[in-house]
Design a protein. Structure first.
Length: 213
């Protein structure tokens, strides 16, 4: 897997790094997000050695995997910084001592874990309401050559179900979103994602967001 050569602070204490993967034929993106005292590292890919050393002085607390396909360099990060790895229950059996995460039960204060069924296996999004930030795995991507879109149907377990689950999640009205593939949305993120699937028009449902599959 290619190593990212640069680290960008896209918002205060939110870091992003990315590299093009010939194997996957797309850009792979990773993030480190601080809340309270520590940083969570989401879906990490390798960083060049000199840039990675910058994290030696950063208070990292854990590696988080947003779906079953995103082991990436999690083991290397875990071993380098002595971090636990968190992922969906029953997944990533090749990672020793994986700490299981169940949707609706976050192991980290202030964070919410939301299941997004229909995309990749055990797809999830992590929401930090205090910072109005959503961290996506594969459910929504924002590659420069394709722009903002839901995961293409050929990669989905059930594309219609993914549309419905993302529509429901977008009703949380988060301002910012970062993605495991592509560039972040730093304004009106939930509204832009909802627009992809016609979620946002009022209806009679209890959450004020139209459900569409």
């Amino acid at each position: 897997m290619a190593s990212a050569l640069q680290l960008h602070e896209i918002l205060p204490e939110i870091f992003e790094w990315s590299a093009y993967s010939p194997q996957h034929r797309c850009e792979l993106t990773s993030h480190a997000v601080r809340h309270d005292r520590d940083f969570l590292v989401f879906d990490p890919i390798p960083l060049s050695a000199d840039v990675l050393d910058r994290f030696l002085s950063v208070p990292l607390s854990a590696v988080v995997l947003t779906n079953d396909n995103h082991e990436r360099a999690a083991v290397e990060w875990s071993e380098r910084f002595m971090l636990p790895v968190y992922g969906a229950a029953g997944s990533h059996k090749q990672i020793r001592n994986l700490r299981e995460v169940r949707p609706g039960s976050s192991p980290f204060s202030g964070w919410e874990v939301h299941s997004l069924p229909g995309g990749a296996p055990n797809e999830s999004a992590w929401l930090l309401p205090e910072r109005s930030l959503a961290v996506f795995g594969d459910a929504v991507v924002n590659l420069r050559e394709r722009q903002l879109e839901l995961l293409p149907a050929k990669y989905c377990e059930d594309a219609a179900r993914l549309h419905a689950s993302v529509a429901h999640f977008a009703c949380r009205h988060f301002e910012r979103a970062v993605f495991a593939h592509g560039t972040p949305l730093l304004t009106d993120a939930a509204a832009k994602i909802a627009a992809l699937i016609d979620c946002g028009a009022p209806h009679s449902g209890p959450d004020g967001c139209k459900t569409r599959v």
